[in-house]
Design a protein around this ligand. Structure first.
Ligand code: NAD
Ligand code: TYD
Length: 352
């Protein structure tokens, strides 16, 4: 009998890469993808693996505690990798409640269901909560890095909701001995990234010769990691991470937004056979994000030293692969940018 593993948010950006890795690498696991399919969840992200016998999809809203409990009873999973979340900072500023419900209440529903289903028999069980470096707050431009000991200082409704869920996951470990493990990762990029986030939005706009909105002066710094390397880290932490521990994941790959977009413009000009400098002309400075964190940068030495993880791709290679994927997957891009998303986008960004 196959061991059943729940992956929540498996139809989203990172979740789909985690599902792909696990269904192909672990034929002895039955992977059940629990996802509500919000605007950000798209089963087309899993087209290449959905036929595999060890993959199954369950449409569920994790805010619905009863439905979550029923799925735990039905499947009796040995593990959970929890990625389902509202993930976009700008949306959290426009509508925080959605973030409180999914990211906090949804996480507690999963914790409760795991606890009640496993009934204190935690042998071989594991609850893995996937989180973000944004919980640590914002760094100055002084070379400092977030470590696992950095005090929490979330500053957007998104990061506050993720910080809250991280605290609750740790509280279930300390209070009920639920076997949890947690990771906090820097900004991901790669295929299947929803085109409201900086890089895929810029790729899509450059392709269509539309303005590339850069918040403020573009001086904010992010540490970019190729999504498949995040999925590899999740695999290592799920299987070999110490119960109760937290692991930071990052690319040691800091870019100011403006330098990053210039780099992307160069790649896009070359791939689209455009005159060098054509795409950069689309850069448009717009009103800054409220409470915009200046800099995120991660020290992942614990993960590297204890579990032997290292990124498999150089940034240049990752960017080339990412741009190629978007240029080859026009249909995916058109599908996810139509309908509800388009309506939201027009409301949020009109006048920008
Ligand atoms: P995403 O927005 O692309 O996908 C989120 C998925 O969760 C979607 O498939 C969506 O349908 C599902 N979902 C949302 N609300 C749900 C609900 N109530 N019930 C069930 N499913 C629901 O997000 P992502 O970028 O893939 O991020 C995944 C996880 O990784 C999140 O927890 C996020 O905080 C974390 N993270 C993301 C990044 C990043 O750079 N994107 C970095 C570090 C950590
Ligand atoms: P984003 O991709 O939303 O990720 P996060 O806010 O979680 O880091 O944004 C990355 C950076 O790019 C962040 O500093 C905000 C900035 N940004 C823009 O300048 N323009 C945009 O249109 C978007 C979406 C983001």
């Amino acid at each position: 009998m196959k061991k059943i593993l729940f992956i929540t948010g498996g139809a989203g950006f990172i979740g789909s890469h985690v599902v792909r890795l696990f269904v192909t690498k672990y034929p002895d696991y039955q992977i059940v993808n629990l996802d509500k399919l919000t605007y950000a969840g798209n089963l087309a992200n899993l087209k290449d693996v959905e036929h595999l016998p060890n993959y199954k999809f369950e449409k569920v809203d994790i805010v619905d505690g009863k439905a979550v409990q029923a799925l735990f009873e039905k499947y009796q999973p040995f593990g959970v990798i929890h990625l389902a979340a509202e993930s976009h900072v700008d949306r959290s500023i426009a509508n925080p409640m959605e973030f409180i419900m999914t990211n906090i209440v949804g996480t507690v529903n999963l914790l409760n269901a795991a606890r009640h289903t496993w009934k204190d028999n935690f042998d071989g069980k594991r609850f893995y909560h996937v989180s973000t470096d944004e919980v640590y707050g914002s760094l100055a431009n002084d070379g400092s890095l977030f470590t696992e000991e950095t005090p929490y200082d979330p500053r957007s409704p998104y990061s506050a909701s993720k910080a809250s869920s991280d605290h609750l996951v740790r509280a279930y470990f300390h209070t009920y001995h639920l076997p949890i493990v947690l990771s906090n990762c820097s900004n991901n990029y790669g295929p299947n990234h929803f085109p409201e986030k900086l890089l895929p939005l810029a790729i899509n706009n450059i392709k269509n010769m539309k303005p590339i909105p850069i918040y403020g002066k573009g001086e904010n710094v992010r540490d970019w990691l190729y999504v498949v390397d995040h999925a590899r880290a999740i695999d290592m932490i799920f299987h070999n991470g110490k119960i109760g521990d937290t692991y930071n994941i990052g690319g040691l790959n800091e870019w100011t937004n403006i330098d990053l977009i210039h780099k992307l413009c160069e790649i896009m000009d070359r791939k689209l056979n455009r005159e060098p400098g054509t795409s950069a002309k689309l850069i448009t400075f717009v009103q800054d994000r409220a409470g915009h964190d200046l800099r995120y940068a991660i020290d992942s030495s614990k993960l590297v030293n204890e579990l032997g993880w290292k990124p498999s791709l150089q940034f240049e290679e990752g960017m080339e692969k990412t741009v190629d994927w978007y240029l080859e997957n026009e249909e995916w891009l058109n599908n996810v940018t139509s309908g509800d998303y388009q309506k939201y986008y027009e409301t949020m960004y009109s006048g920008r």
